[in-house]
Design a protein around this ligand. Structure first.
Ligand code: ADP
Ligand code: MG
Length: 978
């Protein structure tokens, strides 16, 4: 966490939050280090790469702490540099309070990615109270210690900005479209109709915060509002009335828990046509713009306009950011390697902010105006005092009611079993309780239920709970989704203390059994991630299944961990998207997939994996593949649309703006590796290979020939084989790639308006080569040849041939008459870049002309010599002549024998390579079924055995062939000597 303090000076402080040690994080590393005022971050992919940022203060809360008996995290001793909540309050909160007492405004902003500890430092957790509660408590402590001739007025308000709408968190009635932000000459921007509650004790504020959090939680579940996208603003107005002098001093304290800073860039969704104009969070983006403008001003640049008016948040914070306020920004960072990119971006943001320098100013007025103001004040104070007293009385009454309700709730908790809400945001978990009283209680959206629950995918009647003598069961209603401990249930199911229940798409509850059943197990263990991991595991997805445990230390590979986290995070979002699609009749089905990038690596390297979302139209069967970023971007837009739907507004959108719509696209179905090694020996390759999709399943079989040939396309014979590829250096080689046919194309099996194209990219050709589209036929004949010429074979090219494979991609086309990929085929292609090639060719031509001239001369001379030699030859001994002839014959015959042997060997190797890839990609069955697992292992070991035997036999064959050739050669040498 880093903290900026921006008044009169520029000071930027950094605090690192603790890395919550969850099970999934077992393998993650800390990439942050702190040394006095500097904070360094190390790139986990490139450990030598360290970036250092210097701020005035840095707090470390990652290690060196223990939990005391009250549950507070405290430093382990003098060796520890741990900074807890108290230390942070001492350094920052106290300053805020001091400003308030002096009559200055103060603003505290918490910035950082979701999960980095913003809310922890602002609000806190359990015994570890954050800055806001401590500031409030200290404020009242100080008030109670003041002299009698002053009066103090404190009002409290709490609001949320979600999608540019202001929601009053202290008001139970929700205003459609939110509260309006208005502008007033004196006050600047303010929220019209916001509840401002007068308070005279800290206990009252504590209750109000509790109430506000409850409303926020209800909104989050019932309206599908993601709290990480919303900003929470608590405002404390503090007025001091000096009764003797008849003057007042007023200060406003803004405490802002900002939305998660991640996803601002929507990085990776560049390809999405709906990216422009979608701000994941307009207010946060605009806050960045305002800060940039202020930072430019601070370094003396001329800035004409600071865009405060562009978002709700910047409007409300104008006076705080613009000057007359003490402003501190806390930036929370996570030290985990997985969060490297986000953390770095937060540190950069902090650095940018540190250029902003603010100055506080105070008013100075002429004496006559002051006199007038004093008289005005006197009158004003009288009225304020009267209204204040009555308002305070009202608030006190309301508070008492609240208090009674809370006491009642406590009593119920000690009597009945209940459901405790679990939210993605730990701040909002455990806030709502639904009691299961004796007998049967229905739960669902409709108001007639005993327990009314709103949420995505929750039906009017969702399930019935029955509580008979403390034994509780849940019975789902027809077609409603009820998941208990990760597994969907359809019949009456008995519940046990701490069972996990998910209703509808994603409304999660922890079941707290009747008091007799309760244990003192830690409830915090059952957080949102626990629910999602359990769900994923029941679905056959886990870190182990993802494979790739690095052999070094047995810890999961960080990239695998990241994929697992992505999966867990996206899973509920996908469920929600599916539900919204259904309710809005969009007919789309979303599915999470793990994509193995090995299939697109021309050297066949493994490891890299990423999450994608497969989207399918249920009726047309059209398919799209969305990147994670595109999905997240679209999900936000879907939520907006869905919100209109819930509000009963017109939810018609033009196709172009519809987040559920995309034009038909070409889909990458699968790839095959065709190893090119045989080309380096000028040997023909005839392959029949499976095209595997990113899950390692067969999509089709492709028949492909790679044929070395002369420049005019005549295929080479066996005698043209070279023994040592280096012979080719500097020469021209030509070859043709002949895509013959595809067999059993899955994509074309069930849906009529689909087609395919095959594409591949070779060496340095800037564009891939595609075949013409073919439609419908499951075993389409393709018969397309492309001729390639490498004019001068370089080391690099030879190396390419020997180490790389041609990646042949299968592309799926959908919707006849719609686009296909631009294709080039059947033509000559140069394997070097074109402009360079032209000039090279020209010089070559000139040189050739000169050489031809020279050759002509030589030729003439040679012809003469030839005639002479011929005559000489005639005179030679015939016997001698015959022997030479035989020797020559032998030599060519060894070469072609050797070539044949090699050819057989390489062809065997290609088959083996295919088998090896298949082995590598074949995955164990998803179900935890021992029988299936056994079958799988048996099949696997059969394949392995087969593989081993074939490998052995090909090597053996090569050895025999070579031995035979060597033997023949020896014999012939012996013969020639003889
Ligand atoms: P944010 O508000 O930035 O999304 P939270 O404040 O909710 O993040 O923190 C995420 C989790 O990490 C919470 O469970 C919180 O209790 C825990 N956490 C964050 N910072 C600390 C800290 N300094 N010490 C202990 N736990 C922390
Ligand atoms: Mg938070």
């Amino acid at each position: 966490m880093c903290i900026w303090n921006l008044t009169n000076c520029h000071r930027v402080d950094i605090v690192i939050t603790i890395l919550p040690q969850r099970e999934q994080d077992a393998g993650s590393q800390c990439v942050i280090s702190m040394n006095a005022n500097s904070t360094s971050i190390c790139d986990p992919k490139n450990p030598g790469h360290v970036k250092t940022f210097t701020f005035d203060l840095a707090y470390w809360s990652h290690s060196g702490f223990l939990k005391d008996e009250d549950g507070r995290l405290v430093s382990t001793g003098s060796n520890s540099r741990y900074a807890g909540q108290r230390e942070i309050f001492r350094d920052l909160g106290q300053g805020v309070l001091d400003s308030a007492w002096q009559g200055y405004n103060a603003t505290l902003l918490a910035y950082g990615q979701t999960g980095s500890g913003k809310s922890y430092s602002m609000i806190g957790c359990g015994a570890n109270r954050g800055i806001i509660p401590i500031v409030c408590e200290e404020l009242f402590k100080a008030i109670h210690n003041q002299e009698q001739n002053k009066q103090y007025q404190v009002t409290f308000s709490m609001l949320e900005i979600y999608n540019e709408q202001v929601i009053d968190l202290l008001s139970k009635t929700k205003k459609r479209g939110g509260l309006k932000v208005r502008e007033d000459h004196q006050q600047g921007f303010y929220v019209d109709g916001l509840k401002q509650v007068p308070c005279d004790s800290y206990a009252q504020i504590e209750r109000l915060m509790e109430q506000g959090t409850k409303i926020r939680t209800t909104a989050s579940t019932s309206m599908n509002v993601t709290s990480s996208r919303s900003h929470m603003v608590i405002t404390i107005q503090f007025k001091q009335i000096f009764l003797d002098e008849e003057i007042t001093k007023q200060s406003v304290i803004n405490l802002v828990d900002l939305a998660g800073s991640e996803r601002q860039k929507s990085s990776g969704s560049e390809g999405d046509r709906l990216r422009e104009g979608t701000h994941v969070n307009l207010s946060l983006a605009m806050l960045g713009n305002v800060i940039s403008a202020l930072a430019e001003m601070a370094v003396g640049k001329k800035v004409l306009h600071i865009p405060y008016r562009d978002s709700v948040l910047t409007k409300l914070l104008q006076s705080a950011l613009g000057g007359n306020s003490k402003t501190i920004m806390i930036a929370a960072i996570s030290p985990a390697d997985m969060c490297y990119e986000e953390t770095l971006s937060t540190l950069r943001y902090a650095e940018r902010y540190s250029f902003v320098v603010f100055h506080c100013f105070s008013l100075s007025l002429p004496p006559e105006e002051l006199q007038y103001l004093l008289v005005e004040n006197e009158r004003h104070i009288q009225t304020i005092r009267v209204t204040w007293e009555s308002q305070l009385e009202e608030a006190r009454k309301e508070w008492e009611q609240q208090y009674a309700a809370i006491t009642q709730e406590r009593r119920m908790m000690e009597t009945f079993p209940y459901l405790l809400n679990i939210n993605e945001d730990p701040q909002l978990s455990g806030v709502l309780k639904h009691f299961i009283q004796d007998g049967a209680s229905d739960v669902g959206q409709s108001a007639s239920n005993a327990i009314v629950l709103k949420g995505l995918g929750i039906m009017d009647k969702q399930a019935t709970f029955t509580n008979t003598d403390g034994k509780v069961t849940i019975t789902p209603w027809d077609k409603s989704m009820v998941i208990v401990n990760g597994v969907p249930v359809t019949v009456k199911t008995k519940l046990q203390h701490l069972d996990r229940i998910i209703l509808g798409s994603n409304t999660a509850y922890l079941y707290i059994g009747p008091p007799a059943e309760r244990t003192n197990k830690d409830l915090l263990r059952y957080d949102y991630d626990f629910f999602q991991s359990e769900l994923a595991a029941a679905d056959g997805f886990s870190i182990d299944k993802l494979g790739a445990v690095s052999s070094k230390d047995g810890k999961p590979d960080p990239s695998v961990l990241a994929v697992f986290h992505d999966y867990i995070k996206l899973m509920p979002l996908v469920a929600e998207a599916n539900q919204m699609s259904e309710e809005l009749n969009k007919d789309l089905k979303f599915e999470l997939k793990v994509k193995n990038l090995a299939s697109s690596d021309s050297r066949g390297y493994d490891l890299q994996k990423e999450i994608i979302v497969k989207v399918m139209h249920k009726i047309t069967k059209q398919v799209w593949v969305w990147s994670k970023a595109k999905f997240i971007n679209r999900k936000f837009l879907m939520e907006e649309l869905y919100q209109h739907f819930l509000d009963g507004e017109d939810m018609h959108v033009e196709q172009d703006n519809d987040p559920f719509w995309d034009p038909v696209e070409v889909i990458h179905l699968g790839s095959a590796h065709i190893w090119l090694q045989s080309l380096a020996y000028c040997m023909k390759l005839e392959e029949q290979t499976e095209l595997l999709n990113f899950e390692g399943q067969e999509e089709a079989v492709v028949l492909i020939n790679v044929v070395p040939c002369s420049s005019d396309g005549r295929a080479f014979e066996e005698d043209d084989v070279v023994i040592d590829p280096l012979e080719l250096l500097g020469r021209q080689i030509d070859f043709q790639i002949h895509i013959v046919q595809c067999l059993g194309v899955r994509w074309l099996r069930d849906v009529s308006d689909r087609g395919i194209q095959i594409g591949y990219r070779i060496y340095d050709l800037p564009r891939p080569v595609y075949t013409k589209p073919v439609w419908k036929n499951v075993n389409p004949k393709i018969e397309e040849r492309t001729h390639f010429s490498a004019l001068t074979v370089s080391h690099d090219f030879l190396n390419y041939l020997q180490k790389n494979a041609l990646i042949v991609d299968l592309w799926g086309l959908q919707g006849i008459s719609l686009q296909c990929i631009f294709f080039i085929c059947g033509c000559f292609l140069w394997l070097q870049d074109a402009p360079n090639q032209m000039s090279k060719l020209y010089t070559k031509l000139l040189k050739l002309e000169q050489e031809t001239e020279l050759l002509r001369d030589i030729n003439r001379a040679l012809r003469e010599e030839n005639i002479f030699l011929k005559e000489q030859l005639k005179k030679w001994d015939t016997g001698h002549h015959e022997r030479t002839h035989q020797l020559c014959h032998y030599r060519t015959s060894y070469d072609s024998d050797f070539a044949k042997a090699l050819k057989v060997f390489y062809q065997n190797m290609n088959v083996l390579r295919g088998q090896f890839l298949k082995l590598k990609h074949s995955k164990p069955p998803v179900e935890d079924n021992l029988q299936m697992l056994r079958l799988f292992t048996e099949r696997q070991s059969c394949m392995l055995k087969d593989f081993g035997e074939q490998l052995e036999s090909s090597i053996c064959k090569l050895k025999n062939d070579v031995a035979l050739i060597v033997k023949k050669k020896r014999e012939s040498i012996a013969y020639s000597k003889h």
